[in-house]
Design a protein around this ligand. Structure first.
Ligand SMILES: C=C(O[C@H]1C=CC=C(C(=O)O)[C@@H]1O)C(=O)O
Length: 402
């Protein structure tokens, strides 16, 4: 049984997200705050001892918590698991401590939550070691994209996703909480998240792409998402027209998902799509895959698919190895947690892991924004640069509103 902790250990205290976030930052505790697509509830989990592992951990035996994983599975950045020592829901306003959470730390946290409206909000964590990044300009990005097109035409690979950063000073009056709230309002159908981990850093994002989910009804889901164009002026998908390039690009991601099912010898899945979906100011093509784990005896499907899928050809390329090599050799920066994955694990609603896209990393005085574009043999490097600009708008808009 879990215990809801309120004033002086009583149950039933009512707190705001601001109080909870401020208390975690003040005590330099790791916190993840999120809202699932099309939901109103904002949830948070705080961990007294984040765990960092070199490989993707197994989902099924995991306690409830939040996973934050990098793009490179064998790189220098850890796969971080925040066990939910403390949980918060905006629907009840309650703080719940896990039965095995250290009691003194839990009650200290509750005390700090109660005082957290007083005084200035604390600074957010920045990485212990600065990450390697230098913004590419149009010229250097399109040069790398041209090399990619040549490599694809020479049949070294079929597709590669090239990305870049854009660093911008934080606006006066910037607040983490306000930025998160603006994202909630602007992107109702995205997974909106804020992750702040001492020594690791602080990331904010509104991603449209689910990587793996297993819900309360034991239904496994994943998607093949790719192809991008600006949202039509009428704000609907009814008149969307896709070019052959995008259709093929998305088709490659779809084939990749199917190849993962095949590796597991799983045939009992349903596939719907591709359909046009809206993500902020953009539209994508998406195919939805589902497996009912009540009908198929595959208890570890979540972990197995996660390990096979990541990094998908929506963020890496096809085949996986040469495209990943191309990215590491030519992108010119460390993606860190951009295009990794994140989300709640074994929460009351289930496990929901999303690809970390349309995101920014917050440093002391600046934000590093990330965006990529899928390059195929038909790509125009200039159009791909424009596409990354469109994708960056999601985060720039949030920063421009302060
Ligand atoms: C790599 C990104 O988007 C991926 C997801 C959807 C569409 C994509 C595309 O059209 O290239 C990308 O594969 C990003 O937003 O940084």
């Amino acid at each position: 049984m879990e215990q809801a902790v309120g004033i002086g250990g009583e149950t039933g205290g009512h707190y705001t997200l601001e109080q909870v976030l401020t208390a975690a930052l003040r005590q330099q505790l790791a916190i993840a705050v999120w809202r699932l697509p099309l939901q109103t509830e904002v949830q948070a989990c705080i961990s007294f001892a984040p765990q960092s592992t070199p490989a993707i951990p197994a989902l099924e035996p995991s306690p409830a918590g939040f996973l934050f994983c990098p793009f490179e599975t064998e790189g220098e950045h850890g796969h971080i698991f925040l066990k939910a020592d403390i949980r918060y829901s905006s629907l009840t306003g309650q703080i719940t401590t896990a039965p095995d959470a250290p009691a003194t730390k839990a009650s200290l946290f509750t005390e700090v939550v109660m005082q957290s409206e007083i005084g200035e909000p604390s600074a957010w964590p920045i990485p212990a070691k600065p990450t390697r990044h230098a913004d590419r300009n149009e010229e250097t990005f399109t040069a790398a994209a041209s090399l990619a097109v040549d490599a694809i035409r020479a049949e070294t690979m079929e597709k590669v996703v090239l990305s870049r950063t854009s660093t911008t000073p934080l606006p006066a009056g910037f607040s983490l909480l306000k930025a998160f709230e603006k994202m909630l309002a602007a992107y109702p159908n995205a997974f909106v998240s804020l992750v702040a981990i001492p020594g690791v850093g602080t990331w904010l994002g509104a991603t449209p792409e689910i990587l793996v989910s297993v819900d309360q009804q034991q239904v496994f889901k994943t998607v093949a998402l790719a192809g991008t164009q600006p949202l039509c002026e009428d704000g609907s998908t009814a008149n969307a027209i896709w070019r052959q390039k995008e259709i093929e690009e998305q088709g490659m991601v779809e084939r990749y998902v199917l190849s993962c099912f095949k590796k597991l010898r799983l045939r009992e899945y349903t596939e719907v799509g591709p359909r046009t979906v809206i993500a902020g100011n953009l539209m994508h093509l998406r195919t939805d895959f589902k497996v009912d784990l009540k009908e198929v005896d595959f208890p570890t499907l979540g972990t197995d698919m996660l390990r096979l899928l990541h990094p998908t050809s929506a963020v890496c390329g096809l085949p996986k190895e040469p495209s990943q090599r191309f990215i590491l050799d030519h992108e010119g920066y460390d993606r860190c947690y951009y295009s990794g994955f994140l989300g709640p694990v074994n929460s009351e609603a289930g496990t929901y892991l999303f690809v970390n896209l349309r995101c920014m990393q917050l440093l002391e005085h600046e934000a590093v924004l990330y965006a990529g574009a899928g390059i195929t043999g038909e790509s125009s490097p200039e159009k791909e640069w424009q596409e990354t600009r469109h994708k960056l708008q999601t985060m720039f808009k949030i920063l421009s509103e302060f």
